[in-house]
Design a protein around this ligand. Structure first.
Ligand SMILES: [Fe+2]
Ligand SMILES: [Fe+2]
Length: 388
């Protein structure tokens, strides 16, 4: 079974109708990629005639990753000549007899405005209706939250991890999240996972559940970056532990019910991050980060001053901070701690965002953020409370 990693529902491709700023150009015979306007217009706007626009796609097959450039062509001199209009589109890909459709994977737009707004959401901790374990939000709560965010007419949504609550709900929760995004959201969404999304259940030599498998099948890649005009957004996977360390059935952790909560970023992801920052700096882009665990802390800190283990347990915390600093980041957006706060480090603001407050304590209100960027700087950061 093959899983397309990019572009995906939570890692969509943004295509400027005026600039056609897609990357690369290769002729790939026998591959047919189509963008179909979502819901309203079933007519394909693009079909392969000759390669003019190229989509960087990543095909993952069992055990090995294949990366390559697959071509998307309009058969016209420009996308605009095809009659394509700004909007969000499904990606349809046919290889031989196999058809792959990814909803909302392509966004066509006219021009990136100098001032734009996006919403930052995090830590839904979806729990299914058949459980009496209300850790986080129900489908109805998340639907309401997404609808409220869409009323603000954001250009896109960022999500900083913890879609799920318990590992045993993964088959349901990531599929439910996918359905909610398709039904409720009409702008691009960019997701990174949290610790609650990445646990693994391995017993008797068999892997029964692996959060990363569900995540990549239903949502998209584990880390990514994208451009919005001159602004470059980097989303990191901060629960990048080796499988053995994500296993909830590892002896010590299972027996003590102290599952791993904290962050770890592998050397492989660091190398990707170094390359990504270097390329963005060459393009003189302004850089923003979104990730689950704040690298400022090796421990949870809470409004009452209490600290708990579990924010950054693994390596590369300092290296991530160095890279954030070297990139001259405009801002860093984090989740995980379930409340709203801002800290500054080396002049860079780090924002924590509440959403699914599971503690039922003062200071842990349900909220998301509305962020406005003007000419590459933070014009405003508002905390928008929502009631459940
Ligand atoms: Fe969380
Ligand atoms: Fe978390």
């Amino acid at each position: 079974m093959k899983t397309l990693l990019y572009p995906r529902l939570t890692a969509p491709l943004l295509v400027s109708l005026s600039e056609q700023d897609c990357r690369g150009s290769e002729d790939n015979q026998g591959v047919n990629i189509r963008c179909k306007k979502t819901q309203t217009d079933p007519t394909p706007v693009c079909s392969i005639c000759r390669p003019e626009i190229s989509l960087p796609l990543h095909l993952k097959s069992s055990g090995s990753d294949m990366s390559g450039e697959l071509s998307l062509s309009t058969g016209a001199d420009s996308l605009r000549e095809t009659g394509a209009t700004p909007g969000i589109y499904d990606l349809k890909m046919q290889i031989g007899n196999c058809t792959f459709v990814e909803p909302h994977a392509v966004r066509l737009f006219n021009q990136i405005p100098a001032e734009y707004t996006f919403c930052l959401l995090t830590d839904f901790h979806l729990y299914p209706p058949y459980t009496s374990f209300p850790f986080g939000l129900s489908v109805a709560h998340v639907r309401k939250c997404l609808a409220q965010a869409m009323q603000l007419r954001p250009e896109f949504l960022l999500f900083c991890g913890d879609v799920s609550s318990l590992i045993f709900f993964y088959p349901w929760s990531v599929a439910a999240m996918r359905r909610l995004l398709i039904e409720e959201v009409s702008c691009p969404v960019f997701f990174v996972p949290g610790n609650h999304d990445g646990y693994l259940f391995r017993l008797a030599g068999l892997t029964w559940w692996d959060g990363w498998v569900y995540w990549q099948q239903h949502l998209g890649p584990l880390y990514q970056s994208f451009d919005f005009g001159q602004d470059h957004f980097i989303g990191l996977n901060t629960f990048d532990w080796q499988p053995a360390r994500r296993n909830i059935f590892s002896r010590a952790e299972f027996l003590t019910f102290r599952f791993r909560l904290g962050a770890f970023i592998s050397d492989e992801q660091i190398r990707w991050l170094e390359r990504d920052i270097s390329e963005a700096r060459k393009r003189e882009q302004r850089i923003f980060f979104f990730l689950h665990h704040s690298p400022l802390h090796s421990q949870f800190f809470r409004p009452n001053g209490q600290t708990l283990k579990g924010t950054w347990e693994g390596t590369n915390r300092e290296r991530v901070l160095e890279l954030i600093c070297e990139s001259h980041a405009v801002a860093v957006f984090c989740g995980h701690q379930h409340y709203t706060a801002m800290e500054t480090w080396e002049g860079i603001p780090f924002f924590l965002t509440a959403s699914s407050a599971s503690y039922n304590e003062p200071g842990f209100d349900y909220a998301f953020k509305k962020i406005t960027i003007r000419n590459g700087v933070l014009a405003s950061v508002e905390t928008i409370p929502f009631q459940i």
